[in-house]
Ligand binder design. Structure first.
Ligand code: ZN
Length: 490
């Protein structure tokens, strides 16, 4: 066997164990009995120990030294393994295991605090998670900035400064659009009745199929927070239902299907290798958001959905398909990021980006986080936060140590804007298919341009190869201006 083959054989087993650990996390959020949290934390710590030992195994260094990769695929595999090896070596095994255990426990405490609207219940655990995360960031960063080291786990090669520039360009135009929508006298009706859960779940599954989700290589369960999990031949998603808001269920499902189809669409040649996963969280989010918004909330597709909903639920209290399109895209300034319209969504992310940078830099203490959140929310959205579950406790991320993750949501929207402009230029007749509930021309285009490549290219090369241009925020802003300008008569 060549050194490259030995390296890949070893890596494949590590990747397989990584998938097992991911499935434990999936289980913790779907099936695990409440009382099992402490034991699960130990299980996660033990698994992390096994994985950390493999990821830092000195044989990897020797194989990397001796490997002679041929062609772009092998070269990229080696580059990604080297990157992972160098990063893992910087983190001590006991710190890595402590983080895995604490994250696992913290999730349960967060869920309880959220149920009770009691941030003080969660603050000590979050302080612990933040301290360990900062310690890890310091190991990774060397002399560099801590936040960049964290960001690098989710969006390689992206920097805080680069994001600040992009978000700085986004904010004024988003705020301006938001102000103009709020000044509009056009009234867009909301749904105003109950929708049976069984019907919501039936239509949610139909939507997953319509967007190409392969249930023979996945499954759909209910969870507090919708998420997708796994890669290759086992990619699972979750969704949730609310009696008076079926869109929450439908668009959560479509969103997670976007993530899942990316993973399911990666070339089987890359299965259980570093190339066999989405290249970055930003690109991942671009797929979920383009499925959910640019395709799923398009006029053509909502025309089809209107008929499906009437067939499932009877009269919706909405006059016609055109009104329904506006209802689906209704601007509704609210507390919750995952329920936000497309304009407010990014402002929710920018708030988190600023607060978490302060936390990581040590400029803000966890004990002051709730007050800082509430103050900032009122400043940005003009409304006082009424309870912690509508504010600082709404998202799961920080409980699991995902600092540096939130900005990838807005980055995903930016990438989605670029991809959507290119997709529309390539597929001028797309709306005819969408109006019949057929998303395959669009999802096929994304499969070809993005999904099948997995981690073969860097994210900026991938977007540039797909669109012919380096990614910028302009297409997203133009899309939002045009869409909401029309709906609100601006
Ligand atoms: Zn997502």
């Amino acid at each position: 066997m060549t050194a490259y083959e030995e390296l890949m054989g070893f890596q494949r087993e590590t990747e397989a164990l990584g998938q097992v650990m991911g499935r434990l996390s999936w289980d913790a959020e779907t099936m695990m009995p409440r009382g099992a949290a402490e034991q699960r934390a130990e299980e996660m710590g033990a698994m992390d120990g096994v994985l950390h030992a493999r990821r830092t195994d000195p044989r990897i260094g020797a194989w990397l030294e001796a490997a002679e990769p041929e062609g772009p695929v092998e070269t990229r595999q080696v580059a990604l393994i080297r990157r992972g090896y160098e990063r893992s070596q910087k983190i001590p095994a006991d710190l890595s295991a402590a983080l895995a255990r604490t994250r696992s426990l913290s999730h349960r405490v967060w869920a309880e605090a959220r149920e009770n609207d009691d941030f003080a219940l969660f603050a000590p655990k979050l302080t612990e998670v933040l301290a360990l995360t900062r310690e890890m960031a310091a190991c990774l960063a060397g002399d560099g900035p801590l936040y960049d080291a964290l960001l690098d786990s989710y969006e390689p090669d992206m920097s805080e400064a680069g994001l600040e520039a992009m978000f700085g360009a986004l904010r004024p135009r988003l705020v301006d659009l938001r102000d103009r929508i709020m000044g509009s006298d056009r009234v867009v009706p909301a749904l105003d009745r109950e929708f049976a859960e069984a019907g919501q779940l039936r239509l949610s599954s139909a939507l997953a199929r319509a967007f190409g989700y392969d249930e023979s290589h996945g499954r759909i369960d209910k969870a507090v927070h919708p998420f997708s999990s796994g890669s290759g031949l086992d990619v699972r998603i979750t969704t949730r239902t609310q009696p008076r808001d079926p869109f929450n269920c439908f668009y959560s499902t479509i969103h997670e299907v976007g993530h899942a189809c990316y993973e399911q669409g990666i070339s089987r040649d890359y299965l259980l290798t570093p190339l066999g996963r989405g290249v970055s969280m930003g690109v991942h989010e671009s797929q979920s958001r383009i499925y959910e918004n640019q395709i799923g909330r398009s006029r053509a597709f909502t025309g089809w959905l209107f008929g499906q909903m009437q067939a499932e639920f009877g009269d919706l209290g909405i006059a016609d398909a055109e009104t329904f399109y506006a209802t689906v895209n209704r601007f509704s300034s609210g507390y919750i990021r995952t329920e936000a319209d497309e304009v407010d969504y990014n402002l929710h992310v920018l708030l988190r980006f600023d607060l978490e940078r302060d936390l990581v830099a040590g400029r803000l203490y966890v004990d002051d986080l709730e007050a800082a959140w509430n103050e900032r929310f009122e400043k940005d959205f003009g409304v006082a936060v009424d309870k912690a579950s509508n504010g600082v406790l709404q998202d799961v991320h920080w409980s699991e140590g995902y600092f540096g993750y939130f900005p990838t949501y807005t980055l995903g929207n930016v990438y989605a804007g670029c991809l959507h402009a290119a997709l529309r230029a390539d597929l001028p007749d797309l709306d005819a298919a969408l109006a019949a509930g057929d998303t395959s021309p669009a999802t096929g285009w994304l499969g070809e341009k993005i999904h099948r490549h997995g981690g073969l290219m860097t994210q900026s090369d991938l977007i540039e190869a797909a669109t012919g241009k380096a990614p910028t925020e302009a297409p997203l802003l133009d899309y939002l201006d045009a869409k909401f300008g029309e709906i609100y008569g601006l």
